[in-house]
Every structure is written in C-alpha cells, then in structure tokens.
Design a protein around this ligand. Sequence first.
Ligand code: UD1
Length: 442
Amino acid sequence: MDKFLIRGGKALRGSVAISGAKNSALPVMAAALLTAEKVAVHNIPKVRDLVTMSKLLTFMDAKVSVAEMPASDYVIEAPRLNHAEAPYELVKTMRASILTLGPLMARLGVARVSLPGGCAIGARPVDLHLSALEKMGAEITMSHGYIEAKVPGKGSKGGRLKGAHIVFEKITVTGTENILMAATLADGETVLNNCAREPEVTDLVGMLRKMGAQIEGDGTATLRIRGVPELHGTEHRVIPDRIETGTFLVAGAITGGDLTITNCEPLHQGAVIGKLQQAGACIEEVDKATLRVRAGKKLAAADMTTEEYPGFATDMQAQYMALATQAEGTSVISETIFENRFLHASEMVRMGANISIDGRRAFVHGPAALSGTTVQASDLRASAGLVLAGLVANGETVIERVYHIDRGYEHIVEKLRAVGADMERIHGSGSGMHSATSAQGT
Ligand code: UD1
C-alpha cells in the first residue's frame, strides 16, 4: 500500500488549480443512466471513486468512453441496460454506488444494489432512500445483502414510479439526489421536502434540467419535480470541488504561506472562509474563481460546529481540527452529521496535539508543537487532516493507508509539492488507483 512521507515546516506559496467536485461528478455520472442518448461530462476529477463509478456503469452495459483512465472528460451512452445491478465488489469500495438506485428505478422500474455496509465514520444507513422509493410505488426487499427493488409492472419488467410527496426525516445529500433522479421519469409530480441544499445537489438539478427534466426549487429545501416520459442527452461541466478548495485554504493558513487558489467557486466557501478568518487567516476573493489565503495575525482558537450546507461541512472537520491544533486557545469542534468522525484526533494526538473528545465534541487546546511520526489514515477527509498536520509537524510524518485520500483528491502530492511542500508518495506493493478495498469515509 502507498504511503505519504512529509517533511514539515515549509510555508506553501504559489498557485494551485482546483479540480472538479467528486461529490458532484458521482451523481452526474449516475444521471447518465436516465437516458438512452449520449451524455458528455467534463471537469470530472481524476480520483479513484470516479474510476469505480465508471466501472459500475460499464457493468450495467453502459458504454463509457474516455481518452485515458482516470479521465476528466467522459462520454456515456446507455441505450440498453442489461444489468440493473450494482454488485458488492464495487459497492464495497464506494458507498456512493447507491446513487445508481434512483436512476435504475426511474428508467427500468427494477434494480438490485448491494447494501453499503457501515463505515468508519458512522452507521450510514440508506433507509431514507428506500422509504422514499416505496412511497413512489417500489416494492423493496433485502436479500443476500442486496437491496432488491421493483415497481410492480407487466411480466418480469418493472413498472413506472409514481410521483409522491416525500418529507425527508433527516437531511441527506445522496438521498435527495437519488430521489430527485428517480422522480424525473415518474408518473406525475413529486414534491421533496427537507432536501439537502448542497451545491452538488444544485449542480445535478442543472444537469437534469438540460436533459429535459422539469424541476423547480433548486437551492431550497423543497424540490418539485414533474415527471416526463423520457430524458435526452446533454453535455455538462461539474462545479469545482469545494472540499478540495477548503483543504487548500487551510493548507495556506496553517503553514503561514501565501496561496492563490484558482478554478474554484468562492460563493460555495462562505462558512469555511468565515471560520478561517475568525481563526486569524487572511482570505480575499481575487475574482469570481480565485481565492488568496495568507497568514494573517497569529492563529486563534475558534469554535466550529458542522452543519448541512450552507453551514460548515463535515467533510472539512478533520482539516479544521489540524488548524485548531496550531491556534492559541481552546477550539471546541462539534460534529453533528456523523456519529464517529473524530478518528483523526487520536492520530493527531500521537503527533503531539492536545485534543480530548467528549461524545460528539472535540476540545483542541493549542498551539501544540507537532512532531512527525507514522500515522494511519482512517477515511478520506481524515487523511487530508493528517496531511495538513504533517505539513506543520517537525521532522518526518509518514501517513499510511493513503488509498483513502486517492478516492477523492486529484494529484494531491503533485499539487502540494508544486507550492513548496516537501512531500512524496512511497509506492508499496498492491497499491494504486484500483487496489483499495474499503468504502470508509466520504
Ligand atoms: C454525502 C457526501 C459526504 C458528506 C455527507 C454529509 C457524497 C457522495 N457524499 O454523503 O461526502 O460527508 O453527504 O455532508 O455526496 N442518514 C440516515 N438515513 C439515510 C441517509 C442518511 O440516517 O437514509 C444519515 C447519515 O447516517 C448521516 C446523515 O444522515 O448521519 C447525513 O448523511 P448523508 O447526507 O446521507 O450523507 P451521504 O449522502 O452518504
């Protein structure tokens, strides 16, 4: 397995370009299953989860054309889907495989998707996806570890989903996306209440609308979808990755550097920019797609609570914790989205951080002089937090199990090196884009 070796203490300076959003690219690729026509998608990040999604679509008999793999431009054509199934072998490496359930049910009225298990950061059930599909007329059973869903119809084929009024008990990002996609081809109108308002949901709405879907309410908690008989092909460019952007904002601030972050969407960074400014970082919007972060005054503790968008993203919590270890005073970090998302804290403590955990709250006492050691990445965003800690630690930090970070950060080592990080990837046996076996993290 690959590892990262980081020699900390370098201030990062220069310019870094942000890739497309992993969490937008995944539903956008799945949405291509909704039409028999050609769908071209651009700005797909070259990360392992998208390679997995591509394999999943191919398994279902969609034709996925790319110049090379991993790619940033894909053409997907699914005239026939002979295998309405997401097999365990792929789902176990990527929970977001569940995003194929909605499109398959919409197009074919039948689907078999392996149940994603629990994961390091929490139980992460998909009950809200399933109960919404049931309200739309699907019959769902669990068998041999698989979700087997079917809309009763003629013969062995599935029927058509029916519009329904659905109130999500809890705000769920992929749940909103799945049911939104399912509703585009349903009979009649679907109203979804208590929807996720994440920019990735809005990006998906934009793409579906280009395919002919009739959707109102994007960016709000209520989506209203009038089902249409069929959708057509389109071309779509996914939005910049706001979590990668936030990670580089922290990288600039924590190392006392001066980073210009290009190809990003500053409008999606409100909560992160606000919190980092409160902690003492100096951040300015250079233009509509560029941010600059510099060390301001000394970093100072600032409490942070994770929330659904537009609040502070749980996917930025580990990175913020790394910053908090360097801030003067006690930062209280409250995690409200996932029940077990402080796994990185114990690794940061091994590096010299002073962190105590009480349930869903972490008390980070800073500043602490971090010293390099060998640490284990437990999930995707935890890995990013450890990389940031390594960038300010004294001496050498070795991060093991970096296949987690390869799931979601394009060329992270190259990008950090280009702005002055002293860091390298150490290749191990059985490593690389295709070898990981864990779906942990997000
Ligand atoms: C998505 C993101 C992930 C991010 C998370 C929260 C993708 C591919 N992943 O994950 O990076 O960390 O949103 O912003 O977009 N829940 C239920 N029942 C359900 C569904 C969810 O109880 O049926 C709970 C979850 O356990 C969790 C909370 O709702 O506690 C939010 O989860 P959800 O928004 O669904 O996360 P994902 O969509 O899996």
